[in-house]
Design a protein around this ligand. Structure first.
Ligand code: MG
Length: 305
C-alpha cells in the first residue's frame, strides 16, 4: 500500500491524551520503529470532539502501514470504524480501564513493550465487527466486544468514575446492585429476520466476544471470528432475588433451567423496545434509544499483535 516502494514503512499512533500512563509512548514507538527499520511514527491525539475517527482517516491519508489505537475501548472502536473493510491492520496499545478487546484477544494489558512489538512485527488475524444502526437518533456505529440496551447500559451510565478507575469492571456490578429497583421494558427481538422473543426484559446484550472483567463471562461460547453474533436476553423474574439469580447464572455460566437468561446466535439482531432505554457500545454509554439493528461484518478488521 505504500506509494513509494523504496520508502520505509510507517506506523501511526492514535493516542487518547486523557489516559495517564507511566511510560513514554513516543520513546517506545521510536524504539520499535528503529528496531524494525521503519520511518518516524505518525502521532495523533484524540479530542472530546473527535475521539479517533478523524485521526484514523488522516493516518490513512498520510500512508500509515499500521494504525495503533493507544487508549481504551472507545479509542479502539473509533479507529476500527475507519480501518474495517480495508487492508491496513490495527495495532493495540491498551491504556484504558476495561481494555475489553485486548483482553478478549488474550493480550497482556500490562506489557506495553510487548503490545508495541506486536503492532510493528506481530502476526495478523481477522476478526468480525458489528455495525449497529439506530433509528432514534439516526446513527450507525461499530462495536467489537459487546453492546446492550436496558439495564446493563444503565450501569455504564451510572458508574462512579473513580471506582471504575480503581476496580474496572467490578464497578459496573456494584453500580448494578445500587440501581436494582426498576421495571422491565417490553422488547421484541428479531434474529436473522425471524422473531425470537417478545417479552419484558431488563437487558438485551449482544456480543462479538465473550469476556468482561470481574469474572463475568456473559457469552461463554462467543468467538470473534465465527461469523456469528451472540445475544443474551435477560428477563428476570420479579423482585430483587430474580435479578440476582440472573447475575448468579452468568457467573456460574448456568443455562437451561433458569429461563431468566436466554441465548441466541445469528448474523443480525434487531431490538425494538416499547419505550426509550439506555444504550451502550463496548462499555460506553451512548444515550437512549428504542430501536437498533445490529449486523455482523465477518472478518472485516485485521489486527496485528
Ligand atoms: Mg462471534
Amino acid at each position: 500500500m505504500t506509494a513509494n516502494s523504496t520508502a520505509p514503512q510507517r506506523a501511526a499512533i492514535i493516542i487518547n491524551p486523557a489516559k495517564t500512563v507511566d511510560i513514554d509512548v513516543r520513546e517506545l514507538a521510536a524504539k520499535h520503529s528503529a528496531e524494525n527499520g521503519w520511518g518516524e511514527t505518525l502521532w495523533f491525539e484524540t479530542t472530546k470532539e473527535d475521539p479517533g475517527v478523524g485521526q484514523a482517516k488522516e493516518a490513512l491519508a498520510q500512508g500509515a502501514d499500521i494504525v495503533i489505537a493507544g487508549g481504551g475501548d472507545g479509542t479502539v472502536r473509533c479507529v476500527a470504524e475507519v480501518l474495517s473493510g480495508g487492508d491496513i491492520p490495527m495495532g493495540l496499545l491498551p491504556l484504558g480501564t476495561g481494555n475489553l478487546l485486548a483482553r478478549n484477544l488474550g493480550m497482556d494489558i500490562t506489557d506495553y513493550d510487548g503490545a508495541m512489538a506486536g503492532a510493528f512485527a506481530g502476526t495478523e488475524r481477522k476478526i468480525d465487527v458489528v455495525r449497529a444502526r439506530r433509528s432514534d437518533p439516526e446513527k450507525e456505529q461499530l462495536f467489537l466486544v459487546m453492546a446492550g440496551v436496558g439495564y446493563d447500559a444503565t450501569i455504564m451510565a451510572d458508574t462512579d468514575e473513580e471506582l471504575k478507575h480503581k476496580v474496572g469492571w467490578l464497578a459496573y456490578v456494584d453500580a448494578g446492585i445500587r440501581n436494582l429497583p426498576g421495571k422491565p421494558v417490553k422488547a421484541t427481538i428479531v434474529i436473522d429476520g425471524q422473531q425470537a422473543v417478545r417479552r419484558g426484559v431488563r437487558s438485551v446484550m449482544v456480543g462479538n466476544c465473550g469476556k468482561v472483567q470481574g469474572g463475568l463471562e456473559i457469552f461463554p461460547e462467543a468467538k470473534m471470528d465465527d461469523g456469528l453474533l451472540d445475544v443474551a436476553v435477560l428477563a428476570p423474574h420479579h423482585g430483587r432475588l430474580g435479578w440476582l439469580s440472573v447475575v448468579a447464572g452468568m457467573i456460574g455460566k448456568g443455562r437451561g433451567k433458569d429461563t431468566a437468561v436466554e441465548y441466541f446466535q445469528g448474523k443480525t439482531v434487531e431490538i425494538t423496545l416499547e419505550h426509550n432505554d439506555d444504550y451502550q457500545l463496548d462499555g460506553d454509554h451512548e444515550g437512549q434509544g428504542r430501536h437498533v439493528l445490529m449486523s455482523l461484518d465477518p472478518g472485516a478488521l485485521t489486527i496485528r499483535m
